[in-house]
Design a protein around this ligand. Sequence first.
Ligand SMILES: [Zn+2]
Length: 381
Amino acid sequence: MSQFKRTAIALVLIALTTGAYSVLSFALMDNRWDEGPISMELQLGDAPGGLIDGAANWNACANNALSNWNAVLGPTGRSFNAVMGSTRTPAEPDEVNSVFFSGDIFGTPFGDSTLAVASTWIIAQDGIDRRVESDIIFNNAKSFNCYRGPLRGLGATPESTGVDLQRVAEHEFGHTLGLLHPDENGQTQNALMNAFISDLDTIQTDDIQGALTLYGVAVTGIPFPPRNEALDYFLSLENEYLDTLGRQQTNQGFVDAEGTAVWLPEWLRYVLNGCTSAQATDRVLLQIRGQGIQPVCGVVAEGTINFPPRNESLDFLQALDTFYRDELSRAVILSFVDLEGKAVWMQEYLRYRVNGCNNQQATDRVFQQIRGGGIAPICAT
Ligand SMILES: [Zn+2]
């Protein structure tokens, strides 16, 4: 059963001095659009007095904001599709994204300092909820224009100059995608998504990385091995248990070699990017169910690679085994390596791989450990 929920987020009009910050972090909603185009019906109309940057009308000004987002959304599988000049009466929830001027927010008054509001509708579902509507309402009691550079129309400046609608639209379309205000979530970022309008006139690196992360595109460079190499390693681990340890092929499980080689690294990728063990397991199972690559839970500083305790990767493999048996109805498979061996030695192989070792170096180091030869150092300097 699905359920509609509404969230409204306001952009507040207060001037703010921004500094330069390099720490990577952003704030995300726990919902996102399905893959494909996001149509935005631009109904902002004419600007009879003309606009400073020469934009033909308000829709052209707002459309520049959509284009700026589209220039960076490629890897996400989402893009904005501008529908110009629609005459449909804005309503909610109608699963149409209307962009328009109004004196209120579907009947709710604007705050005194509010320039625009993004009103969002989502459908709750397992995992990341589905966004189905995002209306952007500009406060028609405010004076707007369209220009780049330092903000005009605030403080002592004559109101007739107006606030730049393009940057306000770009901020609001960031809410449409699912971004929140970093500065209202304990962060100090150089971000267009901050709650206060400023001299920043376009989306920043932090905004872009937030959008990429929400749609499952990795923005940090933890170098996981290609799937075929993890699979080759896993098959050689089976041989190692047979040839060197003399084990029997008696361990029952439901996950095939490929499943282990694909999903344990994927689980670890979530854990290394801020997810708890349970969050990572939920995300992998959603992926197997066909719901796409899920967002990571946070962003870790570059060079930070904290592997979880081995019992957690064993817990994951047990959950994966149950899932393969009960939901995928897989047949039993016999393996030379028991589940604990898979958890310990796959994780150890991946630890070497993300720390600078190539496939052969990582395999050699793990097998040295299996043969009682001690723990060789990682390869990164
Ligand atoms: Zn906002």
